[in-house]
Design a protein around this ligand. Sequence first.
Ligand code: SAM
Length: 232
Amino acid sequence: MLDARLETVLSLIRAPVHADIGSDHAGLPLELVRRGHIERGVIVELNSGPLENARQAVARAGLGDRLDVRAGDGLDPLAPGEVPSVSLTGLGALTMRGILERGAARQVRPDALVVQPNDNPAPLREWALGAGYHLRAERLASGYWTYPVLRFERADGPDPAYDGLPREAARRYGPLLLHEASALLRQQVHADVTRLTPLAAPGRPAALELATAQAALAWLDGQTSLDAGAER
Ligand SMILES: C[S@@+](CC[C@H](N)C(=O)[O-])C[C@H]1O[C@@H](n2cnc3c(N)ncnc32)[C@H](O)[C@@H]1O
């Protein structure tokens, strides 16, 4: 059983071979194999407790021939070109970005990346823009927080997903999510405006964050007016 967050991640992964980095309980890769989303997987864990959790879970499931559990930091245990698809979930965006940057420096650049950071995903969207990846899917999953789940794929040139959108708002809230304009996204942006308004004295970081949330709200409201106009 996966929670809504990891179900959403799972829905964005299909590959012959996939590596899950920082897997802990190994719930995601086990379900990926069981449901036929992947044929084989690699599980990477940095810390001994979670590494043992993953090893035991794979052994209990009898899937040791399809899931290879490796100790190591980020993408270090992977050889260049070894896996076409990688997931990183449940970590901070800056930690994930560091892992991806160190991997790219060793030429470990999977074709597809699915990431679910626990905080502001903007550093990952910015990294992808400079690293030759385009956003192919974005989802929001409800849970303790509202979790963003992003799928990037390697592609040349500028990412067209950002065309015509306010720059900072698109990096913070997601270009595809802004176009989708779901109730969950509107709720998240409204909550940010409410939370940041009392903190946003001029010159403080919260003032920039508030301006970004307000820009997203203005764009979403503009879309609603356009939709209403089209229906009349
Ligand atoms: C909060 S848990 C998330 C577990 C699972 N991915 C999920 O989303 O439910 C983060 C896991 O990442 C592992 N981790 C942290 N930094 C790592 C790194 N640089 N390389 C590999 N694993 C790492 C931790 O040991 C921990 O098991």
